[in-house]
Design a protein around this ligand. Structure first.
Ligand code: UGA
Length: 438
């Protein structure tokens, strides 16, 4: 059993803390947000993440996980301190490091024994060295410490499974002893451990996210070519995916990527390249291709309706940036609803969990609590988030409720042949149209 302090109880911090506690460690999770900590102490989660509530409650009950707002309490007896605070996108796409700075400074001011400071947040290359400088200069008296980069690779919606069964863990530090101690913490996860230097570890995180985003933008560009030639992008992706060099993951064509990670990380990597006088052409295109898809939705719906959107009601199936989360950060639904409204449509929407979170992002959208209520009287539907619930809805019933049976399937969740058979005017992304050819 090791004693660990985790700074920040957002997605990354809370999942990391709860999972390390579940592995038998003693974890004290800290946040400066008093309400969040009070809520956690009352069993109320700050986010929706499948399995998290049970995991937190189980470990709190076992006495392995506690919450505090006090750095002094959090550091008492701690050998490791994870920094897992937000790094939002700042001006020009650069990552905003103010929360990392406060965390590093506060750790330095309150540590009373040697400490390994581990950075989990996604931070620009060189931040680990900067954190080391901050800790050194903010310590009231010199105490041994090391800074290690250990980037997170958790996906919202499957964060616990991703933590417990990782593809790899990356540990970056020039301090071999500290790196080995952090490696020991991860041994129970039985995954490959990459030990490298700080900057390389930081880069592995950006490179991984940018590559995954590029994979999605690639398949989305290819989807248009498939559609133009009557090929089916879903089957193309499946066929490509059997090649282990390519892999099937992250080849789902659709309305593209959003969320709290890919948008800011691709921009931040491009920004870092530009700062060094480089021209990151691929990264720039990865971003453009992605956002074009959202902008294109009103045109696509108009084509299906055979007329413009003025006075029409469009229903959105899904609001969260992806399924199994209530996260609305850079959710395609926001841009899409704005674009539909700008084109003259009224927009109604339904999401199984993100209704509350979405409300402030789209005041002009009528968000309802039932998928069939949403469909009632709509001229067209757009599938925005691929929730499982939508795959199972009673399409006959939906068809009966719609003013006209039009569906733009932005996540390719339905079978085109079946939709045509049922009499829908249906369009998917990168899949053959009714007569089989583009
Ligand atoms: C992503 C990475 O997958 C994680 O490894 C990483 O740790 C995390 O960012 C982070 O940096 O914190 P996340 O943003 O939670 O995780 O979600 P993903 O499942 O990766 O999906 C990202 C976006 O891509 C979503 O909008 C999703 O709808 C979209 N997507 C994903 C596609 O459009 N097609 C696909 O084939 C896969």
């Amino acid at each position: 059993m090791k004693q660990i302090c985790v700074v920040g109880v957002g997605y990354v911090g809370l999942v990391t803390g709860a999972c390390f506690a579940d592995l038998g460690n003693r974890v004290i999770a800290l946040d400066v947000d008093e309400k969040r900590i009070a809520n956690l102490n009352n069993g109320i989660m700050p986010i929706y993440e499948p399995g998290l509530e049970e995991l937190v409650k189980r470990n709190v009950k076992a006495g392995r996980l506690t919450f505090t707002t006090s750095y002094a309490d959090a550091l008492k007896g701690a050998e490791f301190a994870f920094i897992a605070v937000g790094t939002p996108e700042g001006v020009d796409g650069a990552a905003d490091l103010q929360y990392v700075e406060v965390a590093a400074r506060s750790l330095a001011q309150h540590m009373t024994a040697p400490l390994i400071v581990i950075n989990k947040s996604t931070v620009p290359i060189g931040t680990g060295d900067w954190v080391a400088d901050i800790v050194k200069s903010a310590q009231p008296k010199p105490i041994d410490f090391a800074v290690v980069s250990c980037p997170e690779f958790l996906r919202e919606g499957s964060a616990i499974a991703d933590f417990m069964s990782p593809h790899r863990n990356v540990i970056g530090s020039l301090d071999k002893d500290a790196a080995n101690k952090v490696a020991q913490l991860h041994l129970p996860l039985r995954a490959p451990i990459v030990i490298t230097d700080l900057r390389t570890a930081e880069m592995i995180k950006y490179a991984s996210n940018a590559f995954l985003a590029a994979k999605i933008s690639f398949i989305n560009e290819l989807a248009d070519v498939c559609e133009a030639y009557g090929a089916d992008v879903k089957e193309v992706a499946a066929g490509m995916g059997y090649d282990a060099r390519i892999g099937r993951y992250f080849l789902d064509a659709g309305l593209g990527w959003g969320g709290s990670c890919f948008p800011k990380d691709v921009q931040a990597l491009a920004f870092m390249a530009k700062q060094k006088g480089l021209n990151p052409r691929i990264l720039n295109d990865v971003v453009d291709v992605n956002y074009d898809r959202r902008r294109d939705v009103p045109k696509q719906v108009e084509q299906l309706l055979g007329g413009n959107l003025k006075g029409k009601t469009v229903g959105m199936l899904g609001l969260a940036f992806k399924e199994n989360t209530d996260d609305m950060r850079d959710a395609p639904s926001v841009d899409i609803s704005n674009a539909l409204i700008a084109a003259g449509a009224k927009v109604r929407a339904y999401d199984p969990v993100a209704r509350e979170a979405a409300a402030s992002h789209m005041p002009a959208v009528e968000i309802v609590a039932d998928v069939y209520e949403m469909a009632k009287g709509c001229d067209a539907l757009v599938v925005v988030t691929p929730w499982n619930e939508f795959k199972q809805i009673d399409l006959e019933k939906v068809k009966g409720l719609l003013k006209s049976p039009v569906i733009y399937d932005g996540r390719n969740i339905y079978d085109p042949a079946r939709m045509y058979e049922m009499g829908f005017t249906y369009r998917a992304i990168g899949r053959p149209s009714k007569n089989g050819r583009g």
